[in-house]
Design a binder for this molecule. Structure first.
Ligand SMILES: Nc1ncnc2c1ncn2[C@@H]1O[C@H](COP(=O)(O)OP(=O)(O)OP(=O)(O)O)[C@@H](O)[C@H]1O
Ligand SMILES: [Mg+2]
Length: 233
């Protein structure tokens, strides 16, 4: 298995000094290409901090992070944003869609930043929306869609340009159980197509859908197992 993510002895310390918070405390972790990993832990355990690190949205206080063998732990903001654009699709709990834009325009937006031309952009975005079952909703704005549909738009946005890594932070946190199941099943399909999927969650029910489960507590990895209950679809 080829290494995709390699985190080496990473610490993240907020407010160094008296009130310091050690959000990540000597974390080391390897994730191979094509894995399906859930990172689980209680509120405040450091999940989002880890996700921000893995997603090149933040840099560690100490330690190193290699993505595809490239040291991304000490890059400038611009360099990080290049890596993000190339490698990572994000799905957030709050969908993070732009209310004034249609579903199609929301999916297209990051492609505009990546310099993809109009025709190709539209094609990629329409394909992505069809893939998440929203082919009939492309001109709807976020407030004209259910939470589950909005999250599917966010997934379409994350996958439009087929990034190798899908990083999801509590992707079903704001959804009812029916919509959650839909979203998880879409995420599983993307995994089956060869994407590397990393889901961050505090919900054991979501975590046990993944093939590998990493548990974090107080900024440390306390368990890292192949899920015995994993069912291939
Ligand atoms: N910008 C910040 N400044 C100071 N402390 C922070 C900051 N961001 C996070 N923390 C602290 O770091 C620790 C880890 O936070 P983090 O957001 O990673 O937790 P989490 O596991 O994602 O929690 P939740 O499940 O509630 O989202 C917490 O104690 C939090 O208070
Ligand atoms: Mg969090």
């Amino acid at each position: 298995m080829k290494k995709l993510v390699e985190v080496k002895d990473v610490c993240k310390v907020y407010n160094p000094g008296e009130n310091e918070v050690r959000a990540l405390d000597h974390v080391s972790l390897i994730i191979g290409e094509g894995e399906f990993v859930a990172i689980i832990g209680q509120s405040g355990s450091g999940k989002s901090t880890l996700m921000n690190m893995l997603g090149c949205l933040d840099t560690p206080t100490s330690g190193k992070y290699f993505l595809h063998g490239q040291d991304v732990s000490h890059m400038t903001d611009d360099e990080q944003s290049d890596v993000r654009n190339r490698e990572i699709g994000f799905i957030f709990q709050g969908f993070n869609l732009i209310p004034s834009l249609t579903a199609l325009e929301n999916v297209e937006l990051p492609l505009i930043y990546r310099g993809v031309g109009k025709k190709e952009r539209e094609l990629l975005s329409m394909n992505a929306l069809s893939k998440v079952g929203l082919g009939q909703r492309m001109t709807h704005k976020p407030n004209e869609m259910s939470g589950g549909q909005q999250q599917r738009v966010a997934i379409a946005r994350a996958i439009a340009q087929a990034p190798p890594i899908l990083l999801a932070d509590e992707p079903t946190g704001n959804l009812d159980s029916g919509s959650s199941r839909e979203i998880i099943s879409i995420i599983k399909k993307l995994y089956a197509e060869g994407r590397t999927v990393i889901i961050i969650t505090h919900d054991p029910g979501i975590a046990k859908q993944a093939r590998r489960i990493i548990t974090i507590s107080d900024g440390r990895i306390v368990s890292d197992i192949i899920n015995p209950d994993y069912v291939e679809e």
